[in-house]
Design a protein around this ligand. Structure first.
Ligand code: GLN
Length: 192
């Protein structure tokens, strides 16, 4: 069963996307919800808030361990920040403890104030895809074995490393199911 981390942010919309693809999900709010989860979505929202709650609810370590053990995980926006291995923080009072799931340096709020939110079409893993950016991050540098799935305006906005997928944009806020379908394919690939 796919779990959707439901501590803060745009988690409900992910559930709707998977449901349109015929896939059941459950919302994860505390440690005991996590026991029967075989794949996880970390939604967009505010990475500092999600990070703090992960620590307070004692969820950080179980999730980190599950990712290390090969569970498929998909992070959007704030979720992408949390999957990074190093974070460039643009607000010095904020602290995010990432999962180091994908070897990349992520720059938070990378678009600055002027162009912070916009909608565009781009290519995701070779497919045309609608993309909504809301104060999104950018992957500044990625390790050699990180697959770059999408580049928009010369910025890396979607990556995959093994069982971990991250997008700087919000596919769940569009009607486009390309990325959610890709994640389901990843999960099924892992089961082969
Ligand atoms: N700017 C947010 C952060 O740094 C991410 C925004 C989003 O998830 N839409 O956590």
């Amino acid at each position: 069963m796919i779990g959707i981390l439901a501590l803060q942010g745009a988690f409900e919309e992910h559930g709707k996307c998977f449901s349109r693809l015929g896939e059941k999900t459950k919302e994860i709010r505390q440690k005991k919800d996590f026991s029967d989860v075989t794949a996880l979505v970390i939604p967009g929202g505010e990475s500092t808030v999600i990070s703090k709650l992960l620590q307070e609810l004692d969820l950080y370590e179980v999730i980190r361990q599950a990712i290390n053990d090969g569970m498929c995980v998909f992070g959007t926006c704030a979720g992408m920040i949390l999957l990074g291995s190093s974070i460039e923080q643009h607000e010095n009072n904020s602290k995010v403890v990432p999962f180091s799931a994908i070897e990349m340096t992520v720059s938070r709020n990378a678009y600055g104030r002027q162009l912070s939110s916009f909608q565009t079409r781009g290519t995701f893993s070779g497919e045309d895809c609608e993309m909504v950016f809301i104060r999104g991050p950018i992957a500044k540098t990625v390790a050699d074995d990180v697959e770059i799935l999408s580049v928009v305006d010369e910025n890396i906005v979607a990556v995959r490393q093994g069982n971990c997928l991250a997008t700087a944009f919000h596919p769940e806020l569009t009607n486009d199911l390309t990325v959610h379908q890709y994640f389901l394919d990843m999960i099924h690939e892992g089961k082969k």
